[in-house]
Design a binder for this molecule. Structure first.
Ligand code: 5GP
Ligand code: ZN
Length: 137
């Protein structure tokens, strides 16, 4: 646990939150500034700043939990779809440096979000990108 981390405190139950689910590894809470009704956050109880720090054991448990929450939320809220969003780093919009996954219910005719203008994958750049990433694995 990191002393100055708000999500560590929420995950540990030291700061109250609207908790939807809790087990030994995670707490799932409602986001205080929801993008849509029922917007939830999966917080690991252990502190990891982001995806680059999370251990494999915790990472392996995140997606099954997202699936479980997503099914319950769909049933309970009647949403028409679901976005999983997970920001890493300030440039990516991460404002709280404690790994978390957003589960955002989507409704018919709801607000637009998580969308971008498609660019074009240029042939020369494609080759360079593929080679660079493969070499870095
Ligand atoms: P990020 O931008 O880091 O991916 O997302 C941080 C999220 O945490 C935001 O959606 C924000 O509304 C939410 N948030 C920030 N502080 C609190 C808090 O104290 N309690 C809850 N429940 N959500 C918070
Ligand atoms: Zn933390």
């Amino acid at each position: 646990m990191k002393d100055d981390c708000i999500f560590c405190k929420i995950a540990a139950g030291q700061i109250p939150s609207a908790t939807l689910y809790e087990d030994g590894d995670f707490r799932v809470i409602l986001d205080l500034g929801p993008a849509a009704r029922g917007h939830a956050l999966i917080l690991p109880k252990e502190h990891f700043a982001d995806l680059s720090e999370i251990n494999d054991e915790t990472a392996e448990k995140v997606l099954p939990l997202a699936k479980k929450m997503s099914a319950a939320m769909t049933k309970a809220l009647g949403c028409a779809g679901m976005n999983l969003v997970q920001n890493n780093g300030e440039a990516a919009g991460q404002t709280v440096r404690h790994f978390h996954m957003h589960i955002i219910p989507r409704y018919e005719n709801g607000p637009k979000m998580v969308e971008w203008e498609p660019g074009k994958l240029e042939e020369a750049d494609k080759v360079q990108i593929v080679e660079a990433i493969k070499a870095a694995l």
